[in-house]
Design a binder for this molecule. Sequence first.
Ligand code: FES
Ligand code: FES
Length: 171
Amino acid sequence: MNTGPGGHVSSTRSNEQAEDLTVELRSTINGTAIAVEISANDLLVDLVRDELGLTGTKRSCEVEVCGVCTVLVDGNPVSSCMLLASEVDGSNVVTIEGLRGTEFFRTAEEVFTRHAAVQCGFCTPGILLTLKAVADREVSDNLDIKKELSGNLCRCTGYQALLAAATELLT
Ligand code: FES
Ligand code: FES
């Protein structure tokens, strides 16, 4: 895996040799162990949205620019549009649905609402997952929140409110 925008982890999207192969995937999604047969070419975003119905993960640019497809893989924010689902075999995957009900989500909901940091909400799941990964790291005094969120674009362009909310959430 490589590091993409905003520290997101990416992988090679195409794999010609894997074409038409079916593989078994065993991993944990939002705390539940799964074992499914997938095409070796399936992307992680296809698995979570189309196979598992976890539609809080969005699909848009599909070239690792916008961050709306962000999920956490073993705690790291990942662009699921660029990662083969087979690569999360044995991993722990968290989508926005898995974050709901956590203390982090409740606090983020309150802070983002108070700062009016959610407009259409399309970018919000990816942003919250990226911030969750930052929060789970040891947050240092020189935390650069703009850099941390550089892989998550907001089409509604409410960046001032977003940064204010993210700053309050993480500091
Ligand atoms: S849809 Fe994955 S980064 Fe835009
Ligand atoms: S709130 Fe609409 S894309 Fe960010």
